[in-house]
Design a protein around this ligand. Structure first.
Ligand SMILES: [Zn+2]
Length: 246
């Protein structure tokens, strides 16, 4: 199936969904909670699953939100939060309305009240923000073994804070197939400490975390070419449960 996306359309702030074009009814979004400004944070296809997909934790990364809506339009059946920080998206800023970096606000053993960089304010306490609580609600309900988080950045790559030896051959192969299709490399570290971030949360809780950094400023047409390979990866992640070896 194909989805027509007007490449001339302005990048939507909230990633206005392309028209539904699938054969099955679209998954019903479930409310996870409200942002500080009262925007509902939703999860489409909320169910027990091996993988949870989340996009737009950083409000100024509309590429990720747009790609998430493309995934929905193409029939993604995995639980998916298309916009985890709706206030940030409206305000065109990385942080939430409290100017907290939600990807430093998760309850992790390494959480610190100190911002290691002014760009990454972690909040007053772990999980102090309603958007973080909404995400934790999704984790509780989905019980995933794997979280795929969509971001955008000046460089594009997929970051997995685990060596290949910790993943099964089939998961490594699915990731390799996607990385080849997207012409990106697999990295094990972003290169600087990220306390309170999803990767640290995954390490502490036995979750496999994949962070896909899209290239900032990609056009709708370029994002469209990524949707099908990403759906194939999501299907693979949903088929096989990641099990951490103790
Ligand atoms: Zn980001």
């Amino acid at each position: 199936m194909t989805v027509k996306v007007n490449p001339m359309a302005a990048m939507p702030l909230l990633g206005d969904p392309p028209p539904w074009n699938g054969s099955a009814p679209p998954p019903t979004p479930a409310a996870l909670g409200s942002s500080l400004l009262g925007n509902t944070i939703t999860c489409h296809g909320l169910r027990r699953a091996n993988v949870l997909v989340v996009a737009g934790v950083h409000g100024d990364e509309s590429e990720a939100v747009f790609l998430a809506h493309l995934l929905l339009a193409r029939g993604c059946s995995a639980p998916l939060i298309p916009c985890a920080n709706p206030d940030g998206a409206l305000l065109r800023q990385r942080w939430n309305r409290n100017n907290v970096d939600l990807n430093r606000n998760l309850p992790t053993p390494d959480w610190t009240p100190e911002a290691l960089n002014p760009r990454y304010p972690p909040g007053a306490a772990p999980a102090s923000e309603p958007e973080t609580l909404a995400f934790l609600t999704a984790l509780e309900q989905v019980q995933p073994s794997t979280v795929l988080s969509l971001h955008s950045y000046k460089e594009t790559f997929i970051e997995i804070e685990r060596p290949e030896s910790e993943l099964s051959g089939s998961l490594n192969a699915a990731i390799r197939t996607f990385a080849d299709a997207a012409a990106i490399e697999r990295r094990q570290s972003i290169g600087y400490p990220t306390p309170g971030a999803l990767g640290a949360y995954g390490r502490a809780n036995g979750l496999l975390v994949l962070t896909y950094e899209l290239e900032r400023g990609r056009s709708h047409g370029e994002l469209e070419t990524l949707a099908d390979p990403l759906l194939t990866l999501i299907d693979a992640l949903d088929t096989e449960r990641f099990v951490e070896e103790k």
